[in-house]
Design a protein around this ligand. Structure first.
Ligand code: PLP
Length: 392
């Protein structure tokens, strides 16, 4: 008992106040059961394509085992610059505006730590990736949540944005294509928000980790819109598009003053991103496009399959235009997200994530990742159909 009290007091009050991830709690339960089909994890089911693995192995054979420059290997930053320009029409200077990080996760962390003073408010568009709130709090900031709805395809409206801005609002975090909803924003939709962002002089943190995973039209980066590059910190990485989650490689792009601030934190905390992972990323950008397109094509087929399947079994599901998640509503069953997810897991052994884990506006939904094989998706839908039959 006394040891427990002591240990608790050693932790800062901020850390003590953080809640453990709702996703983890659910998946620990699923992991303890046999025969569970998981639509829960937010990562590709593909192994990193061979060419990237081979590039990394070969770099090790050649003895490239030392630190790189703090900002990352210059040839990699040059490839990132070319890639962003070609794919999304955003232009960053490789020497002063691009920093290679340990996943997009580190990029989110250093972006917030670089810009926030204690008590600064950060707007977060809900439902949202589970890390934003704790990372804002760890950086001394205060998260303020903006709602989006299925009726509006989970897009942020100018009215919702304007309502929550105060004198303390410093920045807004966007994640489009979105985890968990699969929602996207077009250039025209972004343009409806720009006058408000400019009027209140907000900084934008744009997490574009799912930018390549769109179905129908190319991703529109907010940083590409007139006047936005200077106030935007663009974050992306290799985890999702190139199936490289375990390599821990991402990047952050911003104007030189902001980048210099983030570099200070990065050089004292990380020093540099792993060298062998940077080698694999270089190969991904130089020669990995066809591998990436092959994976995206299969996500597209799976997306169409699950969305049709959900509608067929009686769940309302908006058409996700990006990422690899569907976010159907389970409200028609009369159960809460958590009740539905628990029943589905315990009775039919299918693991999904209750939507309210991603914030209040995820209530009544479940997040289903379709980054899993067609065979598994088919079985999962059959099991869900059985549950729906019992619930109706
Ligand atoms: N941002 C979003 C929206 C994510 O969904 C994830 C991972 O699930 C990350 C960032 C973390 O990416 P990384 O693996 O590059 O750290």
């Amino acid at each position: 008992m006394s040891t427990q009290v002591k240990v608790k007091n050693r932790l800062s009050s901020t850390v003590q106040s953080l809640k453990p991830s709702g996703i983890r709690r659910f998946f620990d339960l699923a992991a303890s059961m046999e025969g569970v089909i998981s639509l829960g994890v937010g990562e590709p089911d593909f192994v990193t394509p061979w060419r990237m693995r081979e590039a990394s192995i070969s770099s090790l054979e050649r003895g490239h085992t030392a630190y790189t420059s703090n900002a990352g290997m210059l040839p990699l930053r040059v490839e990132i610059q070319k890639y962003l320009e070609e794919r999304f029409s955003v232009s960053y200077h490789p020497e002063t505006e691009i920093l290679v990080t340990v996943g997009a996760s580190e990029a989110i962390d250093i972006a917030l730590r670089a810009i926030l003073d204690p008590g600064d408010e950060v707007l977060v568009v809900e439902p949202c990736y589970v890390s934003y709130e704790p990372v804002i709090r760890l950086a001394g900031g205060v998260p303020v949540f903006l709602k989006t709805t299925m009726e509006n395809q989970f897009k942020l409206t100018p009215q919702e944005l304007e309502t929550h801005i105060t004198e303390r609002t410093k920045a807004i975090i966007f994640c489009y294509p979105n985890n968990p909803t699969g929602g996207t924003m077009t250039a025209e939709e972004w343009k409806t928000l720009l006058p408000i962002i400019e009027k209140h002089d907000l900084m934008v943190i744009s997490d574009e980790i799912y930018a390549e995973l769109t179905y129908g039209r190319m991703h529109d980066s907010i940083a590409a819109l007139p006047g936005m590059k200077d106030r935007t910190i663009l974050i992306s990485g290799f985890s999702k598009a190139f199936a490289m989650t375990g390599w821990r490689l991402g990047y952050v792009c911003a104007s030189p003053d902001l980048l210099a601030g983030m570099l200070k934190i990065h050089q004292y905390t990380m020093l540099c991103a792993p060298t062998m992972a940077q080698m694999a990323a270089l190969e991904a950008l130089r020669h990995g496009r066809s591998d990436m397109e092959r994976m995206i094509e299969s996500y597209r087929q799976r997306r169409n399959y699950v969305v049709d399947g959900f509608r067929h079994i009686g769940l309302t599901c908006h058409e996700p235009d990006g990422a690899f998640y569907a976010f159907p509503s389970v409200a028609s069953t009369g159960l809460s997200s958590a009740e539905f997810a628990e029943k589905l897991l315990m009775e039919e052994k299918v693991a999904v994530v209750p939507g309210d884990v991603f914030g209040e506006s995820g209530k009544g939904h479940i997040r289903c990742s379709y980054a899993t094989s067609m065979e598994q998706l088919k079985k999962a839908l059959e099991r869900m159909e059985r549950l729906m039959g019992r619930l109706s």
